[in-house]
Design a protein around this ligand. Sequence first.
Ligand SMILES: NC(=O)C1=CN([C@@H]2O[C@H](COP(=O)(O)OP(=O)(O)OC[C@H]3O[C@@H](n4cnc5c(N)ncnc54)[C@H](OP(=O)(O)O)[C@@H]3O)[C@@H](O)[C@H]2O)C=CC1
Ligand SMILES: C[C@H](O)[C@@H]1OC(=O)[C@H](O)[C@@H]1O
Length: 252
Amino acid sequence: MLEGKTVLITGASTGIGRAAAIGAAQHGADVAINYANSDGPAASCVAEIEALGQRAIAVKGDVADPQTAQDFVARAVDAFGKVDVMVSNAGICPFHAFLDMPVDVVERTFKVNLHGAYFMVQAAAQQMVKQGHGGSIVAVSSISALVGGEFQTHYTPTKAGVHSLMQSTAIALGRHGIRCNSVLPGTILTEINKDDLADIEKREYMEKRVPLGRLGAPDDLAGPIVFLASDMAAYVTGAALLVDGGMYVNLQ
Ligand SMILES: NC(=O)C1=CN([C@@H]2O[C@H](COP(=O)(O)OP(=O)(O)OC[C@H]3O[C@@H](n4cnc5c(N)ncnc54)[C@H](OP(=O)(O)O)[C@@H]3O)[C@@H](O)[C@H]2O)C=CC1
Ligand SMILES: C[C@H](O)[C@@H]1OC(=O)[C@H](O)[C@@H]1O
């Protein structure tokens, strides 16, 4: 589904981004991954993609810095000659209560999750417009764009923002043949919620909320992301796809 395409993915050393990177390679893409800290996992992601017969590079950089986006796109173009797909995925969720939320935790979460997505999407779009043959942008938002979380008051607005960013960029970039969509994962077992879900009572509660009967795995996102990235979704833009095992619709 992605034969001959160059796919860029932020935050792809672990979790959903990594699964999407490997999924893209399984579908024939060359892949550039961005990550912040995890050198070993980033290198092993590259090795896994190369073992599939595709090309891959890892570029370290903090998405909160707008320059990282310019550098990431430039490095991908140097390596592969073009950018066809940007998956904006990097994110953090340091769970914390609202009333004593530290200012720096709020600011950092906004900068990584929302500013980071904004500047990555903009840098990829600038390159796609220059190339002149369209492209696809997929942002990893969340079920949390639609519903709240007591310990996520700083996080859920960033995910609503990412969802909104895809709606507005779908309009701004449609004339260039660039499609912009988001995926809205439910609760997926990754590093981001390892500590939170170590609380067995909470984990069982979250599991019970899912009609499909289990929490998600990173691989559950790979297919939907590859689909939205691919030409199979040629007439899909401005859309938001819940990938949550049915959690959102489960009132009672
Ligand atoms: N897991 C879940 O239940 C859900 C997750 N999401 C979203 O999915 C996305 C991926 O998270 P997930 O896979 O769960 O978690 P992980 O913690 O496994 O992955 C996060 C990834 O983002 C990278 N990252 C973190 N901060 C930065 C930064 N400042 N600059 C560049 N890269 C960074 C990490 O790199 P490194 O390890 O090198 O720091 C890592 O590759 C996030 O946007 C999250 O909000 C949405 C809904 C549900
Ligand atoms: C990190 C959380 O477990 C995860 O993040 C989200 O976006 C979902 O709402 C889950 O709560």
